[in-house]
Ligand binder design. Structure first.
Ligand SMILES: Cc1cc2nc3c(=O)[nH]c(=O)nc-3n(C[C@H](O)[C@H](O)[C@H](O)COP(=O)(O)O)c2cc1C
Length: 183
């Protein structure tokens, strides 16, 4: 069934849950226009500049890093709990060596407001245009976070995405809850 437009905050609770439990999926395009999904655990959804902003943290070593810099936008896709094998795969394999979308039997879904496609099998999709980036400055980060989150100098770049559109499966909430109970 086709996804319907929803307020970008409607499923923030489910997003927050997924970020800490298996991750969500970020989609961007590589230089050949090939979509590349990457699992993400560190992201925020909130209000900055009185605008709906989704911020994702991506390390320079990721193929997604170069994709984001090329595409200028991304989609944040919220998987159902039963998609755990896909989020595991997309979080442990690189698009440099794999066509992750095909290998996970996932379907790219054209977005309405950005170039990056969404993932049809996911329940909610945030279409985001990058309006600001910022490279983490370790000199100003609390030392205990440096110790716990960084072993080398692969410091994240923060990508601030203006949420241009959010859409969801009509039965998302009930299906997500049922699958959470089953898994
Ligand atoms: C649960 C989970 C959460 C992750 N969160 C992030 C993240 O927030 N930022 C990041 O740069 N990498 C994160 N990763 C690692 C990337 O998903 C992984 O390195 C992936 O293979 C990169 O794919 P790519 O090279 O196609 O971009 C996470 C991995 C997992 C399994």
């Amino acid at each position: 069934m086709a996804k319907v437009a929803v307020d970008h905050t409607r499923y923030s609770k489910q997003l927050y849950h997924s970020l800490g439990d298996g991750g969500a999926l970020v989609m961007s395009l590589d230089s050949d226009g090939r979509p590349n999904p990457m699992t993400i655990g560190w992201a925020t959804l909130g209000s900055i500049w009185s605008l709906p902003i989704c911020t994702i943290l991506v390390r320079p070593s990721r193929y997604t890093f170069s994709c984001l810099n090329i595409t200028g936008d991304f989609t944040l896709c919220l998987p159902y709990p039963q998609m755990r094998s896909a989020t595991n795969f997309c979080g442990t394999h690189s698009g440099r060596d794999h066509d992750k979308l095909a290998e996970c039997n996932l379907t790219g879904m054209p977005s309405e407001s950005v170039k990056s496609p969404g993932i049809a099998e996911c329940g909610v999709i945030w279409e985001c245009r990058i309006v600001y980036t910022d490279d983490l400055n370790p000199d100003t980060l609390a030392p205990e976070i440096i110790r716990s989150a960084y072993v080398g100098d692969d410091y994240h770049r923060f990508y601030y995405g203006l949420v241009e559109r959010c859409c969801a499966d009509p039965n998302f909430e009930a299906d997500f809850f049922r699958q959470s109970e089953e898994s």
